[in-house]
Write a protein that binds this ligand. Sequence first.
Ligand code: SAM
Ligand code: DTB
Ligand code: SF4
Length: 339
Amino acid sequence: MNDLTQPLAAAQAETRKRWSLAELEALYALPFNDLMYQAQSVHRAHFDPNAVQLSTLLSIKTGGCSEDCGYCSQSARHDTGLEREKLLDVAEVVTTARAAKEAGATRFCMGAAWRGPKEKDLGAVTEMVREVKALGLETCVTLGMLKPGQAEQLKDAGLDYYNHNLDTASEFYGQVITTHTHADRLDTLAQVRDAGIHVCCGGIIGMGESRRVRAGLVLELANLDPQPESVPINMLVKVPGTPMAAVVEQSGDLDPFEFVRTIAVARITMPASHVRLSAGRQELGEGMQALCFLAGANSIFYGDKLLTTGNPDVSADNALFAKLGLNTEPVQGRRCAGH
Ligand code: SAM
Ligand code: DTB
Ligand code: SF4
């Protein structure tokens, strides 16, 4: 390790400390270069600074969701023009997963627009998990709230990660979602953890929230014990017809430096977690994404589509990795990808 990592012993010793809101607000308030230095120092002590993990998303059940999440294109309560679709066939999912692996992804994340899975649907999803895992990919699903016993069924099928975001700080939650609560989210996260599945949990910023709310979200994530293995940080994708897009129309877009600061604060407070630069990369552009990697992001969603909205093309991402000298994590059964 070089001398850039010297201030780190203290940060490492604090890995499992309980953070306070005041401490996180103080990190946010640092001069940008100081914040980047701290984040990069923490990053280097825990990870290869030039490595990025690639996850590919697939929406296995699109639209018609009962929930009212104010940012979401898939809520039946918002008029976004999105067609409701049936659960995809296992074969179609496997074909897409194989292509994702070929393109260089190491993890395949399957998302469903459900409040939570029904028993009969869970059977189909466990089959998808088994088959995708058999391809040599890590598996992740995001299916909404789980009932007792469902996490165990997913674990038995070989599920590696369950994505369930806190989305925003508890104090702001009711302004974004009313059909379930922040406490409901914590309950599902506890079930996932108890079943021995890795936790993928993050949130969305750029919904007209204050910096205090952003700090509050990162605080709640960092104080989960154990901390989530994966932390997706999404920038709101403004989907026409959603309440949050209308709010941001009024309040104005989030300053992208605030997004970079959020990545840095997540990195510093969750030193051993993969911090994923998630939705919103198209809007960020190459320069801001490079700053996010410098701030400690070491994972992205890779593939031309997120769930229902766009993402940078694979060829554009591969070109960016080459420009920045970023290495992608090796795929099982393949040497390397991305450059
Ligand atoms: N229905 C499940 C749930 O809510 O947990 C899984 C799918 S849901 C689409 C997964 C996550 O995508 C949400 O928790 C949210 O963080 C993110 N997301 C959805 N729409 C978004 C948007 N317009 N911009 C940014 N992130 C978004
Ligand atoms: C996460 O935190 N972001 C992903 C994944 N987990 C499921 C989803 C982003 C969705 C962006 C809007 C869309 O494509 O519908
Ligand atoms: Fe449904 Fe998930 Fe979208 Fe909320 S975020 S409306 S639960 S698909």
